[in-house]
Design a protein around this ligand. Sequence first.
Ligand SMILES: [Fe+2]
Length: 191
Amino acid sequence: MDDSNTAKITRRQGTKTSKPISGLFHFAYPCRDAQETTDFYENLLELPLVSFMLVPSVPSTGEAGPYAHLFFEMRDGSYLAFFDLGKGVMPEGSPNTPKWVQHFAMEVDSIAEVQRYHDKLKAAGVDVIGVVDHHFIKSVYFFDPNGLRLEITSRTEPEGYIAKEAAEARVRLKDWNVFKEKTWGTKAIVK
Ligand SMILES: [Fe+2]
């Protein structure tokens, strides 16, 4: 697959520099087994386990533990984190949402790298969808052992694409609110 154009695209800094939130620190999800999750993320996705905490009780709420909290590091210093509550229970995800909706997307440098992950995951017996062309990114989709849907993607956006999208976003939001109400009788929530 030709990635000569996309290889030149580096990670964007966003549309404005004044945003107070600078980026992802971590996203956390339950796992059914810390060892299984570590093997998957280290061996297949090449994300190293960089922290494993055994926690006696929940610091934010005081709820009883113990549980394990583990972190896999991405190249930019952000993390994908998991909780193993020790009971071997498969997380159920969102019960009223289609499985393709809730997902976590990770960026790689090129379409060739997306393809490499596709091939590696398939060879390991993982069900992989894609490579899907979204016209500004190309992605593959699959589930981790916890039922967490993952996306590996690389940007193919032409110069100025996001700025153009940003300029139209508010108008499209208003149009969607009207469409939703007309189609399903669902009113946009305005507080
Ligand atoms: Fe996505």
